[in-house]
Each structure stands twice: as structure tokens, then as C-alpha cells.
Design a protein around this ligand. Structure first.
Ligand SMILES: [Fe+2]
Ligand SMILES: [Fe+2]
Length: 358
């Protein structure tokens, strides 16, 4: 084991200790193979040095491409302002949610929601979309609280795509913000565990919808918000938890949170994996989507997400790079790509897929 300055870390080194931020938040657990993004995360938390194993990993995570799509978002001046407001919002939410769990006191839900709504409002008129701002934020904070704010904002955007009225849009934002409040009762060590969960740990995770419902019930939140917390892990075909409800029993707001929640979790980096490329997430939703999720919600979401990548450069699994020029309505994860003077229609050319947006 050796102590090493964060600025001298290299991808492939393995952490020999859990690394915490000043506020006690676990940033990177022990035994994680460092990648460019984990090193960047340690730097952003102003960690000076850490202990690493003497041996490097035999598998070195691929170096992140410089000047990628996300790097360009992060370099935009509007992003810095958004990031600072987002981080303040995370702190307020952390204090607000923990107060109710630790002290059993009343939660000022109204105030927490209005802060998130004003962050959404302030991002309007920026040169980058809110969805892209969130993509840029994911490397900096993967805490439950950052996830709650991110899901809440995706719910707000999705409610707009679904043409919901202003009241329902605010309600959807609130549903997203508080859906995971029950997670504040799960020990941090389980939430951030890098390896597979034991049966008991999985049972603890599966309790959070019911705990969330009870917390929100006590705090006097609207029925829709409580039910979204209770049902956001249920699936249309009855394969979800905690009750295995089928589509007709799951509230529309909960169905909306489900989609936002999965998209946010999959496109966020985890201690044990890099984030999924948005097209991989779209592919996975297309694979299982129509049985497990609400057809109207999932189609609206995927159409809008995939269309937002028209004109973007992407890298394919065969090493070629090109520009997304056409999204096929019947197969959203496999668009047509213009590579030089060639057009590759991924619905026909099944040997390659999009691996990253660059
Ligand atoms: Fe959840
Ligand atoms: Fe979640």
C-alpha cells in the first residue's frame, strides 16, 4: 500500500481505503480501479492524497476521450453557474431530508421543491439544455441527494414533453424530488457498495419505497407524491417491487418517475462502472420498454432524448466516428450515421452500435 498525491494518480491504480469528503460523504470506496472520471472526481472534491494498492489493475479502464460531448458541456460558462447552484441545492436537500429522518421533525417540502423549481427556471435561456447540464453534473456528485434533484428535473422536462399542464408539471417535479426519500434510512455502506448485494442488503434497499411513503405521509405531502415514492420501482408487467403491482394499479406520476429514475441512474457513473452511453440506455428501454413501462411515457421520452442527438458526433463499436443524421422512429437506438462520405444505417448494419457521444 502506498500514499500518493491525487495529481499523480493514474487510471488502473486501485484504492486501498474508502475515501470521504469533508462532510462525510463517501466519494470512492476501497478496491475501486481508478478511471479518468474517478480521478477527476477526487480532484473536484479537493482530496489531496489517498492510499492505493502497490499493484496496478491488470485491466486499465479506457482513457476518456478528450474534448468529449460532456467535456464541452462542462467547459461552457453557463455550466459553472448551474453547477454552483445545483451543489447548493444538494446541500439544502441533504440537510432538509436528514432533519426529518434524524429528528423526526417536519420537513419543509415546499421550500425544497421551490429551490429545485427556481434552479430549473434559472437554467432557461442558457445556451445548453437542462438535460445536458445534468449530464455534465453526473461526474461530480453521485450522492442520493444529487440523484433526487436530477430525477426531479428530468420529471419536469418529461412532463413538459407529455404536454402536462403547469400544475401537473410542478407535481411531477415534486414526485421526482421525494421518490427516493426512503433511501435516507438505508446505511451509506449499502447504498455505495461496489460489489453485488447480499440478500439482506437487497431487502434493505427494497424497503425504501414503503419508508418513503410513510415519511411523506407524515409530512402531509399530496397523494400523488406519496404514491410516486411507493410505486416508482413497480413495473407494468408486475415484475417490480415492493408489491409487484401491474400497470392499472400504478399511478401515472409514479410511471413517469420510473423512467426518469432509470435514465438518471444508468447515465451516471458508479464506483464499479463508467456511465452507460445514452444510446445504450435507449436500446435497453426499447428492448423491454413496452412490457414494463407506460407506452406513452416511454415513447415520448425516448423520442425526445434520441432526437436531441441529431447532428452530434458519435463513436461506433467498430472504431468509426460520424454524425447522427437520422433517427428511425421504429428503432431509436440505431440511427443512420454519416461517416465521411458513407452513410451507415445501424438498423441494417447490426455488427456495430454507438458506444459514445463525442
Ligand atoms: Fe428508488
Ligand atoms: Fe432512484
Amino acid at each position: 500500500m502506498q500514499k500518493i498525491l491525487v495529481r499523480n494518480l493514474q487510471p488502473g491504480m486501485i484504492t486501498a481505503e474508502d475515501i470521504y469528503a469533508i462532510n462525510g460523504q463517501l466519494i470512492v470506496p476501497k478496491k475501486v480501479i481508478l478511471s479518468d472520471s474517478t480521478i477527476e472526481k477526487l480532484t473536484s472534491f479537493a482530496i489531496y492524497s489517498i492510499r492505493v494498492e502497490d499493484e496496478m489493475s491488470a485491466v486499465t479502464p479506457p482513457a476518456r476521450q478528450q474534448d468529449s460531448y460532456v467535456d464541452r458541456i462542462k467547459a461552457n460558462p453557463d455550466f459553472a453557474a448551474f453547477r454552483s447552484r445545483f451543489e447548493k441545492n444538494v446541500d439544502t436537500l441533504r440537510i432538509g431530508m436528514n432533519r426529518i429522518v434524524d429528528l423526526n421533525s417536519n420537513m419543509d417540502a415546499e421550500n425544497l421543491l421551490s429551490q429545485t423549481l427556481s434552479l430549473i427556471e434559472s437554467s432557461k435561456g442558457s445556451s445548453i439544455s437542462l438535460m445536458d447540464m445534468l449530464l455534465g453534473m453526473r461526474e461530480f456528485d453521485d450522492s442520493t441527494y444529487a440523484h433526487c434533484i436530477s430525477v426531479s428535473m428530468i420529471c419536469n422536462i418529461l412532463a413538459g414533453w407529455l404536454n402536462m399542464n403547469e400544475n401537473d408539471r410542478v407535481l411531477a417535479t415534486s414526485c421526482g424530488l421525494f421518490a427516493d426519500i426512503g433511501k435516507t434510512r438505508i446505511p451509506e455502506a449499502i447504498l455505495t457498495k461496489a460489489g453485488p448485494l447480499s440478500k439482506t442488503e437487497f431487502i434493505a434497499i427494497k424497503r425504501h419505497p414503503i419508508d418513503g411513503y410513510n415519511i411523506l405521509d407524515k409530512a402531509g405531502l399530496p397523494e400523488e407524491v406519496k404514491n410516486a415514492a411507493l410505486m416508482h420501482h413497480e413495473k407494468n408487467d408486475g415484475s417490480g417491487y415492493p408489491y409487484g403491482f401491474t400497470g392499472d394499479k400504478i399511478s401515472r406520476f409514479a410511471k413517469l418517475v420510473t423512467v426518469a429514475d432509470i435514465y438518471d441512474a444508468m447515465t451516471s457513473p458508479r464506483a464499479y462502472r463508467e456511465p452507460f452511453c445514452p444510446f445504450d440506455v435507449i436500446d435497453q428501454f426499447e428492448e423491454e420498454g413496452f412490457e414494463k413501462y407506460d407506452a406513452d411515457i416511454i415513447l415520448t421520452f425516448l423520442r425526445n432524448i434520441s432526437n436531441s442527438f441529431i447532428g452530434q458526433r458519435v463513436r461506433l463499436s467498430n472504431g468509426l466516428e460520424g454524425e447522427v443524421i437520422f433517427i428511425h422512429p421504429e428503432n431509436l437506438s440505431r440511427p443512420t450515421i454519416k461517416c465521411g462520405d458513407k452513410f451507415i444505417d445501424l438498423t441494417q448494419y447490426k455488427n456495430a452500435k454507438i458506444v459514445s457521444v463525442i
